[in-house]
Design a protein around this ligand. Structure first.
Ligand SMILES: Nc1ncnc2c1ncn2[C@@H]1O[C@H](COP(=O)(O)OP(=O)(O)OP(=O)(O)O)[C@@H](O)[C@H]1O
Ligand SMILES: [Mg+2]
Length: 201
């Protein structure tokens, strides 16, 4: 039975399971250290100093904690945005202005997101950077997400024309693999920051 299950699981799905398990297995201390190291890498990133409208996300499922990054951006007077699931355009995201006063709710994936208020929506083309979550990345900047295609859709203009917000991945070092199988719609990332440094392609 278990071999049957394995045969029906794609290589992408196997990598997702393995890496999600590895990052969930990090201890509280390891997570804390990783997040502080990520913050010091983040502060040195040249793209951030010249950006004003910056999308991030809240960590979930063992992802590296992004709250220190958000708080530092607020201190730098940058505008921060978080993704929410589009209310009727399935598979798409909206980005809402996020402050310490933002009312939050929980979406169908049990991820916290701002309550939809159309006055707070920032159109994707006027964002400067989208810090992008990922499950796994490889030595060429290929990215594997959670499987919904949300970020691939959001970043499609970057993929085809290098226009729109610059995507920058955030990840634990343990999320790197040698080589990822990828499809035409998968958007590779030009930069990824991990606790140990900045990767550029
Ligand atoms: N630009 C796009 N337009 C239409 N469908 C897309 C696009 N990008 C991805 N998809 C669809 O989304 C589905 C999931 O894609 P994929 O497995 O690459 O998700 P992912 O990259 O892991 O997730 P995410 O982007 O949410 O992090 C695929 O079936 C794919 O056909
Ligand atoms: Mg993809």
């Amino acid at each position: 039975m278990s071999s049957l299950v394995q045969q029906s699981t794609s290589p992408r799905q196997q990598i997702r399971q393995q890496i999600r398990q590895a990052r969930r297995a990090l201890s509280k201390d390891e997570q804390h250290t990783a997040s502080q190291q990520l913050l010091s890498q983040f502060k040195q990133l040249p793209y951030v100093s010249s950006a004003q409208h910056i999308a991030l996300y809240l960590a979930n499922d063992g992802e590296i904690d992004t709250l220190p990054l958000i708080q530092w951006l607020w201190q730098q007077q940058k505008s921060v945005y978080l993704p929410i699931l589009h209310p009727f355009s399935q598979g798409h995201l909206l980005f809402l202005h996020y402050t310490a006063q933002t009312r939050m709710t929980t979406n169908k994936y049990k991820i916290k997101e701002p309550v939809l208020d159309v006055r707070l929506v920032k159109p994707v083309p006027v964002l400067d950077i989208i810090f992008t979550p990922l499950v796994a990345f490889d030595k060429t900047g290929q990215r594997l997400g959670m499987g919904g295609g949300y970020y691939d859709r959001t970043l499609s203009s970057w993929h085809s024309h290098k226009t729109g917000p610059r995507p920058i991945g955030l990840a634990h070092d343990c999320q790197q693999v040698n080589s990822l199988p990828h499809e035409a719609w998968d958007v590779p990332l030009p930069n990824i920051i991990t606790p140990s440094g900045l990767l550029n392609w």
